[in-house]
Design a protein around this ligand. Structure first.
Ligand code: NDP
Length: 797
């Protein structure tokens, strides 16, 4: 068309971005890319190379090396060798390096934007205006955390060598989210980009070296899932940080179980986009465009489920369809397009099939009559209406430009549909009534909530999910903690070396049955009442002198299920005020204090410690209850001010129902130290006390019964941890599990917790000094007892 014709039609003409520099860079590596290990590229050897293609055309862009076990070994060795010195150079020196990386990204912003658009197929408008600026911001922000590390994280040390595995939807941005905090806080990294999109990571590594990043600090190993698996399995990697599909995340949880590797998982989502009838409809329509057609819907937090209040639904759909007709699909380097190519033919096929299933299940499919480029993996923007909340397309992550729409009548119904998902990554709420929006946000099961907005990100605001969307946060202070561990915990030694063995005892039912009856058999404590164990069996508890001290109920799977049900029913505890929770903890302390002598005597009897040591343990327990009473209304969130007109409220929320398995040592103090932070933060708990010293926990019933804790907030099931733990770990209504004791119990906890991807806190058989408040009390525990939800609230007209 001529310019005058464009004036007639008022249509956009093509506005192609130049790819000259990007192609020149690729030409310089035309022999193929090796890995980036220890500050240099390894040679690309024929036979181990595969192609990375341009999704928009299907043509090869570059040849990439398939990483082998030996490559991963070399990269991990380089990272290990570099780590000590990288931490030792100090926060300021690291801040300078991160600052240099931020400047480097800005200097080469256009090159990065073009390489990313070519390799991924997304519009240059997005890589240029969103991905690359956010990458630079991430390095600036984390240069700041490096600078402040010695002051702000004085009680923490780096985790060590971090294995990082990223997907193909935001290759460079995910790299930045992963490596900026890791490097800032003194860790070193082995990163594997996705097989489909390795180029921006290789470009970054090359330019980072030119910017002076020391050798070994950042290593990039390319390859497919097998290379990722080799990083996951490597014994010298201390942590895995993964973004990708829930299936692979689950596999990684299983593979790392019991290894001592820490883990963060940023997984899939099926985020609701809720439009109330008082919303600004035009703004909400634009919101939908950003929610589901940004990056062709290949976004983990895409607003993929549109929930519209019934009264406005038909009007909303009509306006949305009109807007869909104005979307422009085209070649990624055209600056005027909204929609580029999906990543690959396989993804195109997956999306096509899911839409087909949706229609078969009764949905009505709308696709606008817009021109779609020929070739590549283009998929038209798609709206599915008449979707049933239980249908496949309403529950499966489609990861494409497909919006499924449903209606609701009341706020409660909106919440019920929104939360009816195994995922919990993000949510978007549209209403001009701020009170309504702010009331809905805390009730949504999601790590991020955007009010009257969507897909907002900032380095200073944590991002991450709950449920099967994974655990851990990226960005902000909470993201920093994912790359640190408490200094006090780093000094823990194996329990076998730290704890004196208790005199050998026989704790089987059969053995207790042979002994003369003792006149008191404690029951279980479920739903605020003592309850007989389902199996009607009891467990003999022996004193340090080998004599029977009493009997407790022998809990089984059913008892655990009943206890979990009771904890669930006590949901109101999570909504109580911090003041009320503080009062409850102080009152527990008061009641324990009233029975101090009785508890001390029991400790002497069960563990054989001296009277002084026993009194000290009781006093420490009272002090610990006070400490968490104190924290209850002081461990609070933050108000972030990201670069926009508005705020992001980092809200500290309880996790929900938490299972706890207690160790044998310091039985009263350990029990209190594990339960109190969870209660203080509003969780409900199901506890399996030390089976060896279970009478301490059953004596505690009287403390609970004279307290004002609502029934179901604390549930105690006595019995053998090895038998009860699997039911807790596999229970879908248990949201987190803390296991302390034998190393095998830690491994079981992590391995069996993959069903609903519950958060776990385990000690791998390392002993905690429960008497030492620095290691056994305080914010490190409160962080595990909570999750941060970031609620974005833009303001202005
Ligand atoms: P994956 O989860 O398979 O890939 C993510 C990363 O993990 C890639 O680097 C991948 O390598 C690597 N990987 C694959 N298998 C293993 C393994 N066993 N151990 C360690 N690392 C491994 O996602 P896909 O790219 O295969 O996409 C599949 C589906 O997942 C998509 O259709 C989409 O629905 C969803 N997805 C969700 C994302 C999210 O952020 N929520 C991101 C990406 C995908 P390689 O690329 O070589 O396979």
């Amino acid at each position: 068309m001529s310019v005058s014709q464009y004036f007639d039609t008022m249509d956009y003409g093509p506005a192609p971005e130049s790819d000259t520099d990007a192609r020149a860079w690729l030409a310089r590596h035309s022999d193929g890319f090796g890995h980036f290990i220890n500050g240099a590229f390894t040679p690309a050897t024929a036979g181990s190379l595969f192609d990375t293609n341009e999704p928009a055309t299907g043509k090869p862009l570059a040849r990439i090396t398939q990483g082998t076990q030996a490559d991963v070994d070399a990269a991990v060795a380089a990272a290990r060798a570099a780590q000590e010195n990288w931490f030792a150079i100090g926060g300021h020196a690291r801040a300078r390096h991160l600052y240099a990386l931020a400047r480097m990204v800005q200097r080469h912003a256009r090159l990065f934007a073009v390489v990313e658009a070519l390799d991924n197929g997304k519009p240059i408008r997005e890589t240029r205006d969103i991905d690359v600026p956010l990458v630079a911001r991430h390095f600036y922000h984390h240069a700041g955390w490096a600078q402040l590390q010695e002051r702000e994280f004085a009680d923490q040390v780096p985790v060590g060598v971090i294995g990082q595995i990223v997907p193909w939807n935001f290759p460079l941005l995910m790299l930045a989210w992963k490596i900026a905090p890791a490097l800032a806080l003194g860790n070193t990294v082995v990163l594997k980009p996705a097989e489909f999109t390795p180029l921006s990571a290789l470009l970054f590594a090359e330019l980072a070296a030119q910017a002076g990043l020391p050798a070994g600090v950042l290593n990039v190993v390319t390859g497919d899932g097998a290379t990722g698996a080799a990083i996951v399995a490597h014994p010298d990697v201390n942590k895995i940080a993964f973004t990708g599909s829930t299936d692979v995340g689950r596999l990684i949880r299983e593979k790392t179980a019991g290894s001592g590797k820490s883990l963060t998982l940023e997984l899939g989502g099926k985020s609701p986009f809720i439009v109330f009838d008082d919303a600004d409809i035009d703004a909400a329509i634009e919101g939908v465009v950003d929610a589901i057609w940004f990056n062709q819907g290949q976004v983990c937090c895409a607003g993929a489920r549109l929930l519209v209040q019934e009264g406005i639904a038909q009007d909303f759909y009509a306006r949305l369809k009109r807007r869909m007709g104005m979307l422009r699909a085209g070649t990624p380097l055209d600056k005027t397009i909204d929609i580029g190519s999906l990543i690959a033919p396989s993804q195109h096929e997956r999306v096509r099939k899911l839409v087909e299933i949706g229609v078969k299940e009764g949905a009505t499919c709308y696709q606008p009559d817009i021109s779609m480029p020929v070739g590549g993996s283009y998929f038209p923007p798609t709206l599915l209406t008449n979707v049933h909340p239980a249908s496949t397309v309403a529950s499966e992550e489609i990861f494409g430009p497909v919006l499924v729409a449903m209606t609701f009548r009341t706020h409660d119904e909106a919440l019920a549909i929104a939360n009816n998902s195994r995922y919990g990554l993000a949510a978007s709420v549209w209403s001009e009534t701020i009170g309504l929006a702010l009331a809905v946000a805390p009730a949504l099961k999601a790590g991020v909530v955007w009010i009257n907005s969507t897909n907002l990100f900032d380095a200073g605001v944590g991002f991450g999910g709950v449920r099967e969307s994974g655990f851990g946060r990226e960005g902000g202070r909470e993201g920093c903690y994912e790359y640190l561990k408490p200094r006090a915990w780093a000094k823990r030694v194996a329990r076998s070396a730290a704890v004196k063995p208790v005199a050998a005892i026989v704790d089987s039912v059969a053995a207790s049955a042979r002994l003369p009856l003792v006149d008191r058999t404690a029951k279980l404590y479920v739903g605020g009442k003592q309850a007989r164990s389902d199996g009607e069996q009891s467990l003999g508890i022996f004193g340090a002198n080998g004599k029977l001290a009493g009997e407790v109920g022998l809990g089984n799977r059913k008892d655990i299920r009943n206890a979990v049900a009771a904890a669930h029913a006590a949901a109101s505890w999570s909504a109580t005020t911090p003041h009320r929770r503080a009062q409850a903890l102080y009152y527990l302390a008061e009641n324990l204090s009233a029975r101090a002598e009785e508890f001390a005597a029991r400790l002497v009897e069960l563990t054989g410690v001296s009277a002084d040591a026993a009194s000290n343990e009781v006093e420490q327990s009272i002090s610990r209850l006070f400490a968490y009473g104190a924290w209850a209304d002081k461990y609070e969130g933050a108000v972030h001010v990201p670069p926009m007109r508005g705020v992001a409220l980092a809200m500290v929320e309880p996790i929900g129902v938490v299972g706890v398995v207690c160790p044998d040592e310091s039985p009263l103090l350990a029990f209190v130290s594990l339960v109190a932070p969870l209660l203080a933060m509003g969780n409900r708990v199901v506890i399996v006390p030390s089976s060896r010293h279970a009478l301490i926990a059953t004596d505690f019933y009287q403390v609970l019964e004279t307290s004002d804790l609502p029934g179901g907030v604390i549930n105690i099931v006595t019995g053998a941890a090895a038998t009860l733990l699997p039911t807790l770990a596999e229970h879908d209504d248990v949201d987190a599990l803390w296991t302390f004791g034998d190393a095998a119990l830690s491994a079981t906890t992590e391995r069996l917790s993959t069903g609903n991807l519950k958060r776990t806190l385990v000690d791998y058989g390392l002993a905690t000094d429960w008497n030492d408040a620095l290691s056994a009390e305080g914010p490190a525990w409160l962080r595990h007892a909570t999750q941060i939800k970031n609620v974005w609230v833009p303001y202005g007209e």
